[in-house]
Design a protein around this ligand. Structure first.
Ligand code: NAP
Length: 255
């Protein structure tokens, strides 16, 4: 049986990669596309919509979302309310929004996924970092992305910090009376762990987690060199969420 898929944000960098992946998979059927700024009404026989409300009439199983942090919450809510299992890669959700959407999915009996990173290597990096944080509580994150990224720090960096904080002894790092000579020099503060965001043309998505201890250091690094790195995870998620009855946060919960 084929799984019917909608893609929101199909003209974006991730949306284009998702479009290609879905049309090339014989087990998936693309049934609708959403882009509020387009003039097209169809693409290779697939209807294109400007307003998400018009997608409610479609018969579809899964809503893939690679849009912008501003609209992703409303889109995910809309998907759940209309019986589409969301597979959301858009970043920028607050933990309250994730809790709320998880509860809504359970109420509707629909599976779903919000994943700050669909690359398998990035999932492993988060798991290794969580293991290490137990023994190395002094840690900083450097995330590096292309310069068109709208949110900072990245969803992956926040999720990595959240996971580490569950096992790490909470502490602030650096001197208590350290002084920033330029505001922001020490990065964002998550439970004492510092997160630094680099934005440069040419980059895709990269992250380093650097641990320091007496006389030793440990550096973990993951690189997504191009957007195909995320598509194995998106494909897997589409096929898994239709079997589930509650939304989860993080691809590791579907592996
Ligand atoms: P992008 O190239 O800017 O694509 C976003 C697309 O969404 C644009 O085409 C944009 O149109 C469109 N859009 C804006 N508002 C919309 C709405 N209301 N409904 C539908 N589409 C709308 O960005 P990207 O690099 O593809 O990234 C998209 C999101 O995925 C970001 O949040 C990014 O952080 C995240 N991301 C996640 C992963 C992961 O593995 N989870 C990996 C990479 C990126 P306009 O350009 O005309 O505004």
């Amino acid at each position: 049986m084929t799984i019917q898929v909608i893609i929101a944000g199909f003209k974006g960098k991730m949306g284009q990669a998702a479009y290609k992946m879905v049309v090339e998979d014989p087990n998936l059927e693309l049934v609708g596309l959403l882009d509020p700024f387009t003039e097209e009404t169809e693409l290779a026989g697939v209807p294109v919509f400007k307003h998400k409300e018009d997608l409610a009439q479609l018969s579809a199983d899964v809503w893939v979302d690679f849009t912008t942090p501003k609209v992703a919450y409303e889109n995910t809510r809309f998907a759940l309310e209309n019986g589409f299992a969301p597979v959301v890669g858009t970043t920028g959700f607050t933990s309250e929004e994730i809790t709320e959407l998880t509860a809504l999915s359970a109420e509707k009996g629909l599976g779903g996924l919000i994943a700050p990173n669909f690359a398998i290597g990035a999932i492993l990096l988060m798991q290794f970092a969580t293991q290490a944080a137990k023994y190395f509580p002094n840690v900083e994150i450097i995330e590096l992305h292309h310069d068109q990224k709208k949110d900072a720090p990245s969803g992956t960096a926040i999720k990595t910090a959240e996971l580490m904080s569950q096992v790490r002894t909470s502490q602030s790092q650096g001197l208590a009376d350290e002084e920033e000579l330029i505001e922001g020099a020490r990065g964002a503060d998550f439970d004492g762990m510092r997160i630094h965001s680099v934005r440069l043309p040419g980059l895709v998505a990269h992250q380093e987690v650097i641990f320091g201890s007496q006389g030793e250091g440990l550096t973990l690094r993951h690189d997504s060199y191009d957007r195909t790195s995320f598509m194995t995870g998106v494909n897997l998620a589409i096929k898994e969420v239709v079997k589930r009855d509650q939304l989860v946060y993080g691809l590791e919960h579907l592996l």
